[in-house]
Design a protein around this ligand. Structure first.
Ligand SMILES: Nc1ncnc2c1ncn2[C@@H]1O[C@H](COP(=O)(O)OP(=O)(O)OP(=O)(O)O)[C@@H](O)[C@H]1O
Ligand SMILES: [Mg+2]
Length: 363
């Protein structure tokens, strides 16, 4: 266990992002510690700490269990806040490696010059400032899981060295002579398009294929809105219900379900916490709605006439509904409870055209 190991790299003991310490203790364990907790249990609408009843999340749960049952490298792909780190921890804790360490590394937060020593460790005196021998992340992950968060940020030089270590060729700490061959499994995460990085020459193809054995896509929250009430209630219960905390009313839940959540589950979690603490719904963009109804468009009331304000709001609602229904106009009209032709007319009036088209929309 390296929780008390003075040789451990400092960053390994910190939360992967370095910015969300509250998440570090989510499992009740210091980050990067030996995974001695009980394996996460699968229930109808959750897998351990991961909540989700939607078919998309049930599929993710299946893939997590599949990944846990084998030892292949995994890459978790999804927008920020979709639960990639939570999924990585679940894979580790469900796997045969759970007695080993889960070592989270935020590849985007390590300065290029420190990368090698952080990953491979160094010997005392290897460079000025190397006052003691120090283990690297690969040593710490021996028998466990190396979580490479923001894997797309690893430079090509380190990719070559990592690849060799992954392939069993081992590595030598800086200033050392011995070759080490720790046994670890890689779970990587990214919110970037790794194939595009390969095409641009930023990610080596051989490294890509080595980590991209079992890809798992974490769907954005706007594509699984049925999970929003479940998640909101989960966060409210976790926040701790005090007598002063306002209830999650059906109207509030409706407003939450209508929001697009660009920051995904993290944004929803923060919005629920803010609501319980401040008693008002405040979407992260700064728009506020005390009544928890749909928020009015930004800038309301700055000398604009009622008609212009209503038109602006209507346009905003149309755009949201169209995006939500992937620009299928039949479905959007049905969702808005208006006739197809009325939707066409309104789109024309507001100059709304589907993405990728500049022509008029009324057809
Ligand atoms: N399905 C979920 N159920 C419960 N909590 C979730 C779920 N998904 C995410 N969260 C919570 O949302 C927050 C963000 O999750 P996490 O850090 O795993 O996201 P991420 O995809 O790694 O984000 P980033 O790309 O920004 O690092 C955490 O507090 C996590 O506990
Ligand atoms: Mg993350």
């Amino acid at each position: 266990m390296y929780g008390s190991d003075p040789q451990a790299p400092a960053a390994a003991l910190a939360p992967a992002s370095g910015t969300r310490p509250a998440e570090a203790g989510r499992l009740g364990l210091p980050r990067g510690r030996v995974g001695s907790s009980a394996a996460p249990r699968r229930e109808r609408d959750r897998l351990g700490e991961i909540i989700g009843a939607s078919p998309a999340m049930q599929h993710v749960f299946d893939l997590i269990e599949l990944a846990a049952a084998c030892d292949a490298n995994v890459v978790l792909i999804g927008e920020s806040g979709t639960g990639k780190e939570l999924a990585a921890q679940a894979i580790h804790e469900l796997s045969a490696r759970r007695a080993g360490s889960f070592v989270p590394v935020n590849c985007g937060a390590i300065p290029e010059t420190l990368m090698e020593s952080e990953f491979f460790g160094h010997r005392k005196g290897a460079f000025s400032g190397a006052l003691i021998d120090k283990h690297g992340y690969l040593d710490l992950a021996d028998g466990g899981t190396l979580f490479l968060d923001e894997v797309g940020e690893i430079g090509p030089r380190l990719q070559v060295k990592l690849l060799r270590a992954i392939d069993g060729g081992g590595f030598t700490p800086i200033g050392g002579t011995e070759v080490k061959r720790p046994d670890f499994r890689i779970v990587a995460a990214t919110n970037r398009n790794l194939r595009a990085l390969v095409r641009r020459g930023e990610l080596r193809e051989d490294f890509f294929y080595r980590i991209h054995v079992l890809p798992i896509h974490l769907p954005p929250l706007r594509e699984r809105r049925e999970d929003i009430p479940l998640l909101a209630n989960h966060f409210a219960a976790r926040f701790g219900r005090s007598a002063a905390a306002p209830p999650l009313t059906p109207r509030l839940i409706e407003a939450l379900c209508g929001h697009d959540w660009p920051g995904n589950v993290r944004e929803l979690q923060n919005a629920v916490y803010r609501y319980l603490a401040l008693k008002r719904l405040d979407f992260a963009g700064g728009r506020e709605s005390e009544a928890a109804g749909p928020a009015p468009p930004a800038g309301t009331g700055h000398g604009e006439g009622l008609e212009a304000m209503v038109a602006r709001y209507e346009k905003k609602l149309l755009l949201e509904a169209l995006a939500e229904n992937r620009w299928r106009r039949e479905a959007t009209a049905a969702a808005l409870g208006i006739h197809r032709k009325t939707l066409f007319a309104k789109m024309k009036k507001h100059g709304i055209t589907p993405p990728g088209r500049s022509d008029a929309c009324a057809s």
